[in-house]
Design a protein. Structure first.
Length: 334
């Protein structure tokens, strides 16, 4: 009921705004992109002027969603003025304010009202005019679908259905992750009626891997490290490895999930060296060991079984610090 009351407040606040900026987190995924586009279609049906600015570019595998090139990668020197002129900024699937990058920074510096719509647990709510949060939802896309079904069922159309289907499909790992619920399957069935071909959609998202990705994956598989009696697997992606194979950050998507599939493994950890020498950590659990608190300890966040953090440390410094916490989490799980 609390979520419904917040959606009602959301609707009330929309009555007093005309121009809206939508944004999401750095390195957006399918849930982020799908949620943005679905919300943009909805707001335009309400007569609003909508601009989508993202703090970083989208993966190649998702570009088919944005056929009309509605999503712009934010450039501080070019687009700050448009954020300043907006009546409202809406964060979708952001998780933490800072993950909105320069778009969030521009909104904060301009004193803009910001509304957050997210299925991640928020670290703090005071930065938002309104925070609509549902940690039981599989995805932000599901939250938007649920909202539309309650308040605007006639707004659903084919482009919106495609965006929302990709949102829930990708955040549930094609409906196989532990966050998948009966409601997600009902949602998928409803959206398929708008002309979505599940097999073609699967191929577009999961069968378009680059040769560079596969070569890098082969390299990584040869150097996996197992600890805690095989319950923990970890690996490192260095910049020199990516350069060797011509891989991009998009090519790394799903590596942690793949390693988690190894028999006996409970937790998979990927250490990724960033261009500035710092370290990005991705943690995935099979569903017994809770790992989001490890990410939170290092300034990150996420879900109980899927989380991450950006560390202002070199990879060699990050490895022992992260692994120590992960091992304690594993040891504390029967």
């Amino acid at each position: 009921m609390e979520t419904i009351s917040k959606w009602r407040e959301f609707n009330q606040r929309l009555k007093y705004v005309q121009s809206v900026v939508l944004t999401t987190h750095l390195n957006p995924d399918g849930d982020a992109i799908g949620s943005e586009l679905a919300m943009a279609y909805h707001l335009r049906q309400l007569g609003k002027s909508v601009t989508i600015f993202n703090p970083s570019s989208m993966p190649e595998s998702l570009r088919f969603l944005d056929e009309n090139h509605e999503i712009t990668t934010f450039v501080k020197t070019i687009h700050t003025g448009e954020v300043n002129r907006a009546d409202l900024v809406i964060f979708l699937d952001v998780g933490d304010f800072d993950r909105a990058g320069y778009v969030g920074q521009a909104a904060r510096e301009a004193g803009k009202a910001v509304i957050s719509i997210d299925h991640h647990p928020q670290i703090s709510h005071e930065k938002y005019l309104l925070a609509i949060e549902d940690t039981h939802a599989s995805s932000t896309g599901y939250m938007i679908y649920d909202y539309l079904k309650v308040f605007y069922p006639t707004h659903l159309n084919s482009p919106m259905a495609t965006a929302l289907y990709v949102a829930v499909m990708t955040d549930t790992g094609n409906f196989k992750f532990s966050n998948t619920r009966a409601e997600d399957h009902h949602m998928a069935g409803d959206l398929i009626a708008y002309g979505i071909d599940p097999y073609k959609m699967y191929c577009r998202i999961y069968e378009q891997f680059s040769p560079a990705r596969m070569r890098l994956l082969g390299h990584v598989l040869q150097d996996l490290r197992f600890e805690s009696d095989g319950r923990l697997v970890w690996f490192v992606i260095y910049q020199k490895m990516m350069e060797k194979y011509g891989a991009t950050y998009d090519d790394l998507d799903g590596f942690s999930d793949f390693m988690r599939s190894i028999a006996g493994v409970e937790v998979s950890v990927m250490f990724k060296e960033m261009e500035d020498g710092t370290c990005r950590v991705n943690l995935r659990s099979k569903g017994r060991v809770v790992i989001h608190k490890v990410a939170q300890h290092f300034g990150g966040g996420g879900h109980p079984f899927a989380a991450g953090a950006n560390l202002k440390k070199r990879v060699e410094e990050a490895i022992p610090a992260i692994l120590s916490d992960v091992k304690r989490a594993i040891e504390g799980t029967p």
